[in-house]
Design a protein around this ligand. Structure first.
Ligand code: CA
Length: 335
């Protein structure tokens, strides 16, 4: 049972901008709360779309886009209900960090959460047990964060149920990103999108550039994409949508082979830019030991053929860091 409280009445027509308070009792504040921003715009008949951003606190296009929509949309423009969680891991967003400074956790590895757990686990529990049951569709807006720069793309979370899979694919294609990629995070069940799919919600993800900055290109794609998705569900008028030409192919990250991991500590030199076509077995880059000039740099290789989809942003690596992610043509069932 959650001890969280919200000022929002989810059944009320109109626009409400408020918060969820999750009681928190640290040294500085015995009887206070961690306050999570929450907004609802509701009007007439139609589905409920949940828009989430700030799952990771160092990914900015999503929170910017949702803040704008909260301010700009009038209830009269909406058919149905939009629930906004524009900075869902608020302590991480405040800190500009992927993980929460309160408990060190990555929110997107805590779903479905624990109402009796740490603050981050309580946030995911609230989203899973209170917000998701209200929704027909769930959008989780990510970017690459401080450590990764990723080609702007809309993300399909795999679904076991063929009917839901088809609806997910249609909704993700409606987002209208330059790339559409199936990402299962190596089968990770603890993400918000995996949890939304298990709950039967039509689910859309994104990766909007990253590198800990705001990408003009990705922000434009994100702004248009969120409106396109809302129009796809009929929550906004179709006239507000501006879907670009659909991508001719859906990509996926082909499991462990899609990740080029550092084999030693040093500085990673990539051999190819984002978007380059590469082959399995080809040299991906090399890791320099800057302290010992007698040491030959260590070569790392691609494990899959495809395009360079994401790349590590900081030069420094230790063994196990993700240097490159390759996306390959998706050959799974999309019918
Ligand atoms: Ca992310």
């Amino acid at each position: 049972m959650t001890t969280a409280r919200t000022t929002i009445d989810f059944d009320k027509i109109g626009k409400q901008i408020g918060f969820v308070d999750i009681p928190h009792s640290p040294h500085e504040d015995a009887w206070g709360a961690t306050r999570i921003p929450l907004a609802v715009i509701s009007n007439g008949r139609g589905p409920t779309v949940i828009l989430e951003a700030g799952n990771h606190g160092d990914e900015y296009e999503g929170p910017i886009t949702l803040g704008e929509l909260v301010r700009e949309l009038d209830p009269g423009q909406v058919s149905g209900r939009i629930i906004f969680l524009p900075a869902v891991n608020t302590p991480a967003v405040d800190a500009g960090r992927r993980t929460s400074p309160v408990d060190g956790l990555n929110l997107n590895r805590t779903f479905p959460g624990d109402p009796g757990g740490t603050i981050t686990q309580q946030i995911s529990a609230y989203v899973s047990s209170v917000i998701m049951p209200l929704g027909d569709a769930f959008v989780d807006l990510h970017s690459g964060g401080s450590s990764l720069n990723i080609l702007p793309s809309a993300i399909i979370e795999p679904a076991a149920d063929p009917a839901l899979r088809r609806r997910n694919i249609d909704a993700v294609l409606a987002f209208g990103a330059p790339l559409t990629v199936v990402i299962d995070n190596l089968g990770e069940p603890r993400t918000s999108t995996a949890t939304a799919v298990r709950a039967g919600l039509v689910t859309i993800g994104t990766e909007m550039a990253g590198a800990g900055t705001v990408s003009l290109e990705a922000l434009d794609i994100c702004r248009r994409g969120v409106r396109n998705v809302l129009a796809h569900f009929g929550v906004l008028d179709g006239a507000t949508a501006s879907p670009p030409a659909r991508p001719d192919a859906i990509l996926h990250i082909p499991g462990h082979d899609g990740y080029v991991l550092a084999t030693t500590a040093g500085v990673f030199e990539p051999f190819h830019p984002l978007g380059a076509r590469v082959e399995a077995g080809q040299q991906a880059g090399r890791i320099h030991n800057l302290i010992d000039p007698s040491r030959t740099p260590e070569i790392v290789h691609y494990g899959a053929s495809g395009i360079v989809y994401g790349r590590r942003q900081p030069g420094r690596v230790v063994a196990g860091n993700c240097c490159i992610t390759v996306a390959a043509p998706y050959t799974g069932d999309i019918s």
